[in-house]
Design a protein around this ligand. Structure first.
Ligand code: ADP
Length: 328
C-alpha cells in the first residue's frame, strides 16, 4: 500500500446523525494511525471546519465508541456552505492545519459540500454514507439504516399488541422524507397490513376500500406504515381522513420520530461502518478522491459524488407486491 504524501487526514460527521457514525470514525482513525498518518477530528461538521475546531486524535480517542449511537465529533448544518467563498474559507483552514486528506461522513447534502471542496479547490476528499434513510445511490446499505429499521420493528411489534387487544387500526409514521426504504423493510418484517411510501401515488379511497375488505375477512386490527414524506400527508392527517370515511373504525396514530435515529448501532451497522471507514483511508492513500465509498454485493465500491448526489436507489417493486400478498 502506498501512502502517497498523506500526513494528516481530517474526519468529520455532517448532516443528520446516524447510528454507526462512531464506528466509522473509529475505523478511519485507527486505519490512519496503523498506516503512519495523523488523524485529525473536526468537530461539528462544516461548522467546525469553518471555525478551525480541530484536534489530533489518538488510538484511545476512539476507544469504546463502537457501541455508541450519535457521533462523538458532533454534527451540524451550515446553510451557506455552498457559497464558494465560505467553502474556500473551510479549505484554507484545512491547508493551515496541514490536512491533506478528508473523510466526510454524512448524507447527500454533505457530499455536495465535499464535492465543492474537491472540484473547486482540489481537496482530496472521500465520503461515507451515514444516514438512516438508505437513500444514497452507490451502496446497498447506508450506515445507520439497519439500526433504524430494527428500532422501528421493535416499536411496531409492541404497538401490534395493543392494536390486537383493542381491535384498533394504528397508523405508524416512520422516517423517510424522500424514500420509503424504512417503511418497506419495517412493513414486511412486522406483517403490516399496508404501507404508504413517497415513491408511489396513494389514494385514500383505495386505502379505505382495502381496510373494509380486511375487516370483512375478519381481521380485527391493523398496522399501516406511513413514510413521513408520503403524498397523503402525515400519519395524523391520514388517520383523520380515514376516520371521516370509516366512522366505525377506531384509529390511533404513533409517530416514531427521532427514536429511529438514536441508539446503539446493530452488528451489521458496526461491521459496515468498520469496513467502509477502513476503505475510505485506503482510498485516500491510493490517490482516490471525489467519491463516496460504499458497499455493493459485499464489495467496496466508489461512486463519484456527482452520481451519489444526483442518482437514486429504487424501491424494489416486487417486494411491495410480496408485502401485499403476505398481509392478506
Ligand atoms: P445530509 O448530509 O444528511 O444530507 P444536509 O442535507 O443537511 O444533511 O447537508 C449537510 C450539510 O452539507 C449542510 O448543512 C451544508 O453545510 C452542506 N451542503 C448541503 N447541500 C450543499 C450544497 N449544495 N453545496 C454545498 N454544501 C452543501
Amino acid at each position: 500500500m502506498v501512502n502517497g504524501e498523506l500526513k494528516k487526514i481530517g474526519v468529520l460527521t455532517s448532516g443528520g446523525d446516524a447510528p454507526g457514525m462512531n464506528a466509522a470514525i473509529r475505523a478511519v482513525v485507527r486505519t490512519a494511525i496503523y498506516n503512519g498518518i495523523q488523524p485529525v477530528g473536526i468537530r461539528r461538521g462544516y461548522a467546525g471546519l469553518l471555525e478551525g475546531d480541530f484536534y489530533e486524535m489518538q488510538s484511545n480517542s476512539v476507544a469504546k465508541i463502537i457501541q455508541q449511537g450519535g457521533t462523538i465529533l458532533k454534527s451540524s448544518r451550515v446553510s451557506n456552505f455552498k457559497d464558494p467563498e465560505v467553502c474556500g474559507k473551510a479549505v484554507e483552514n484545512l491547508r493551515k492545519e496541514g490536512i491533506d486528506g478528508l473523510v466526510v461522513i454524512g448524507g447527500d447534502g454533505s457530499f455536495r459540500g465535499a464535492n465543492l471542496m474537491h472540484k473547486e479547490f482540489g481537496v482530496r476528499v472521500v465520503g461515507l454514507p451515514g444516514t438512516i434513510d438508505n437513500d444514497i445511490f452507490g451502496t446497498d446499505y447506508t450506515i445507520g439504516f439497519d439500526t433504524a429499521i430494527n428500532t422501528a420493528v421493535d416499536a411496531i411489534d409492541k404497538i401490534r399488541d395493543t392494536a390486537d387487544s383493542h381491535n384498533l387500526i394504528f397508523f405508524v409514521e416512520v422516517m423517510g422524507r424522500d424514500a420509503g426504504f424504512i417503511a418497506q423493510y419495517t412493513a414486511i418484517s412486522t406483517g403490516a397490513e399496508a404501507m404508504i411510501i413517497p415513491e408511489t401515488e396513494n389514494n385514500l379511497d383505495d386505502l379505505c376500500q382495502y381496510l373494509e375488505k380486511e375487516r370483512r375477512s375478519n381481521k380485527t386490527s391493523g398496522i399501516i406504515i406511513v413514510s413521513e414524506g408520503a403524498d397523503l400527508g402525515s400519519a395524523e392527517q391520514i388517520a383523520e381522513e380515514v376516520k371521516k370515511r370509516l366512522p366505525n373504525y377506531e384509529a390511533r396514530v404513533t409517530t416514531l420520530g427521532h427514536v429511529q435515529r438514536g441508539g446503539s448501532p446493530s452488528c451489521r451497522d458496526r461491521v459496515l461502518a468498520s469496513i467502509l471507514g477502513n476503505a475510505a483511508v485506503e482510498a485516500l492513500m491510493n490517490g482516490i478522491s471525489g467519491v463516496m465509498v460504499g458497499q455493493i454485493n459485499n464489495e467496496v465500491t466508489y461512486t463519484t459524488f456527482d452520481d451519489a448526489c444526483s442518482k437514486h436507489n429504487h424501491i424494489n417493486w416486487k417486494w411491495q407486491q410480496i408485502a401485499h400478498v403476505l398481509s392478506i
